[in-house]
Every structure is written in C-alpha cells, then in structure tokens.
Design a protein around this ligand. Structure first.
Ligand code: ZN
Length: 439
C-alpha cells in the first residue's frame, strides 16, 4: 500500500547515547537494539480506517516517530512496518450505519490518515501494508498453525488459536487471567462463545458470513483475524525477533499478547519483540477520548481550523508518552506560543551556541523518550537567545537542525502573522488552569 511523502530529516554532528525504552514485558527500560547492530526493526500497529485520525492515534505515531528519528541519528538503518486493518467488523458497522461501501470508506479514511501523518512530519514506514493484501500470507500461517496443533477449527468453520499451545502466553502483558478475561471481552474478544477450548482463544480466521466479504486461501474461504494479521506482516517484512513492537496501551492485551503468541508459535523464536512499547491514552478536558463518548478530536479538523500541525505535534510532545494525558485548548495555545518563540530564536543571525543543546536533547530522548525534558532544553536555549542575543553565527542553523531532526518540528520559518501571538497570549491567560494558578 502507498504510504506518504517523507519529511526532510537533517543530519546532525556527533552521536548520542543508545536509546533505552520502557519494555512492558519486563517492566524495565532496555536497549531495544542489540549493541553493534546496524539495523533496527520496528512494527507499530496502524489504524482501522473507519474514522479519521484522532489525537490518540497522532500521539502514538509521533512517539514512534521520535524512536525512528533517534535511531537514524544513531546511524542505524531503520526498518519500520505498519499495517492498515482495511477489512474488519468496525468498517462494516460504520459503512452500514452511513449507507456507504466499506471499501470506499476504508480508502477515504486511509487517504486522510496519510495527509494527517504528512502534516505532522511523521516519517513514513518503509512497509505500509494492508490487511487485504496480506490475506494469502495469513491463510498460509493459519494452515501451518492448524497442522502444528496451535490452532483448531470451531464447529462454525472459524479457526481459533489455542492459547494453551502458546510458548509463553502472558509474558507480554503480565496480566492475571481475570484481567485478561475482562480486557478480552471489552476489546473485541468472544470469551463466552460456546465450543472454544479456552475462553481466551482468539479468532485466527473467520469463515464466510452472510453479507461480508470473503477470500479464498490455504485454509479455505473467509477473512483473517486481527492479531494474526499483525504477526504475519511483521514476520514477513521485518523477520523474527523485532526490536520494538509499538502501539497504544489499549493494545497490550489482547492484541500484542496474541500477536506475539502467534508469531512465537509460527517461528519457535522468542521473544517476538525485544521491547514492547506502549503509549498512554489522550483524554479531552478531563474525560477519556473515545468514540462512544463522541468527544474525539481529529487532526484533520484542527488543520481545517487553521491550527499549525507543528503546534499539535509540540502539544502532544509536552507530556511523557507513557502517561495518560489531557488535550486542552490551553495546552495547544501554549504549544503555539512555544513554537513562536523557537522560530523567532532560530531566525536570528546570531544566537547562543547550540552544541550543548543538541547534546542535552539527545540525552533526554535517550532516556525513555523524555520529550518534555527535551522541550525544556530547547526552551532554555531560545529564552537565552531571545534575551541575551548570543554571538554564534552557526548556532541558529544547528538549533533548527536539532529541533527538526530529533523532534520533527520545522523552525525554518517565522509565524507568518505575528499579530496572532497577542491573541494566543490572551487565550493562554484566559485558560481555566491559568486562572486557578492565579487564585
Ligand atoms: Zn497490530
């Protein structure tokens, strides 16, 4: 599947320390890439294109974009794969509700996602793969699992994976059985279906259903399940034992546990990923952002309102990627102000030297992507440049390259309309949080 246009990523002098990321499986930070390796592999679960990209998706993709950028800065060749679940129940349900064709809906929302990612300066994956184009591969994998005893056919014709046959089931999430059952029920599983060997067994292959699309495959007609789709794409395009398996924290179970189990059953190699990395959820004004509450904030809608995508990116980078955090208008206004200051400092002819800033930004990012810490480092440099001036003619260019290369924020242009800065300052001052802090 076609991805999107890559942003410019300037090369930077020198190199930072190895990147350490918090691994969900071990509960500890670890170097995902083996010391001495020249290539890094990452798989990040992509969208099911039944709706537009919301800020939760954006936060996840920006997080792994920081990983991608940091690894490239380390001189590593980054092999990155992402899927598009372009056939699944949510697509059929939304298409039915809207009286549209599920394929048209999927193509439209995938196109919008590409535009959103490009606007946010996210480096595209090398392998951008749809579920539909993966069907022959999944069919073959399911047939293999049936043959090895890792899977069984249900009376309905559906094929299930047997968690009892998994080499290390539970080692990715570390959840107890009760927690697993709760999330399995909540997140698309079918623990109560009769005729399964274990309530936690996930579906690998859906037999043909009335009114749903179906494809021929090595395991017969039907369509693939979701977890096996990601396992197959990762194995096919990245190989066994990838460095990072990434996604939102709502994918810890069942999705990533099951994908890892499928891949480990198919290859005999474990772990499936050296680090399982998960991003926190984005809430809106104190509430969880979710489609059931109808309070999703879409990237495309912010763009249509004229919000600079670089400010959206900065606002999302202002909190730690693993923390559940809130999206607020005040946070966006602060990001717009920060962007204005950075751009102004970067546009100076002379600035305070930026070498120490580059070192410090690398240091913050290497420590489990402390983006907020990295932003504070740039803030300090920009404040000093704006207040003291500085005398280094090469500093503005190095600062721009640092900010763009490592953080993905383009500071090569000024805010076009400086009069808007006054309005922004006012809206920050009027925000509820600021009012509280004054009381
Ligand atoms: Zn996935």
């Amino acid at each position: 599947m076609e991805s999107w246009t890559a942003p410019d990523v300037p090369a930077l002098p020198g190199r930072g320390p190895a990147l350490r990321l918090h691994d969900t499986a071990t509960g500890e930070p670890r170097e995902a890439v083996r010391p001495g390796a020249e290539r890094a592999t990452m798989y990040v679960c992509g969208i099911t294109p039944y709706d537009a990209t919301h800020l939760g998706h954006a936060a996840t993709m920006i997080t792994f974009d920081l990983v991608n950028r940091y690894w490239r800065d380390q001189g590593l060749e980054v092999d990155y794969a992402q899927n598009v679940t372009d056939v699944d129940e949510p697509l059929f349900e939304r298409a039915e509700r809207d009286g549209t064709d599920w394929q048209v809906l999927g193509l439209r929302e995938t196109a919008l996602y590409r535009e959103d990612m490009e606007s946010l300066s996210v480096i595209p994956p090398r392998h951008y793969i749809g579920a539909v184009e993966t069907i022959p591969l999944v069919g073959k994998a399911v047939a293999e699992l049936l043959e090895s005893g890792g899977a069984y056919r249900h009376d309905s014709g559906d094929v299930y994976y047997s968690v009892a046959a998994a080499p290390a089931f539970g080692e990715e999430s570390n959840y107890d059985r009760e927690t697993m059952l709760g999330y399995f029920r909540e997140r698309g599983g079918d623990p109560d279906r009769e005729g399964k060997r274990d309530p936690l067994d996930p579906i690998l292959w859906n037999a043909p259903r009335e009114g749903e699309p179906s494809w021929d495959s090595a395991v017969g007609p039907g369509r693939p399940g979701w977890h096996i789709e990601c396992a197959c794409i990762a194995l096919e395009h990245l190989g066994t034992t990838i460095d990072v398996q990434g996604g939102g924290s709502d994918l810890i179970f069942p999705h990533h546990e099951m994908s890892a189990a499928h891949a480990e059953s198919l290859t005999g190699d474990r772990p499936f990923a050296r680090a399982y990395v998960h991003t926190g959820m984005i809430g809106l004004d104190g509430e969880k952002m979710s489609k059931s509450l109808g309070n999703l904030v879409f990237v495309s809608k912010l763009r249509a309102e004229g919000v600079d995508p670089a400010a959206v990116r900065l606002a999302l980078l202002a909190g730690h990627y693993r923390a559940d955090r809130q999206w607020t208008r005040a946070g966006l206004a602060e990001a717009e102000l920060r962007l204005g200051r950075w751009r102004e400092a970067c546009s100076r002819e002379l600035a305070v030297p930026a070498g120490a800033m580059l070192t410090a930004v690398r240091g913050r990012l290497a420590d489990d992507l402390d983006a907020a810490g990295a932003l504070a480092v740039v803030d300090a440099w920009a404040s000093e440049t704006l207040s003291a001036g500085g005398d280094d003619p090469s500093a503005p260019a190095l600062a721009r390259d640092t900010i763009e290369g490592l953080l993905g924020i383009d500071c090569s242009r000024l805010l076009c309309d400086m009069s808007s800065l006054g309005t922004l300052q006012q809206s920050v001052a009027d925000s509820p949080r600021r009012q509280r802090s004054r009381n």
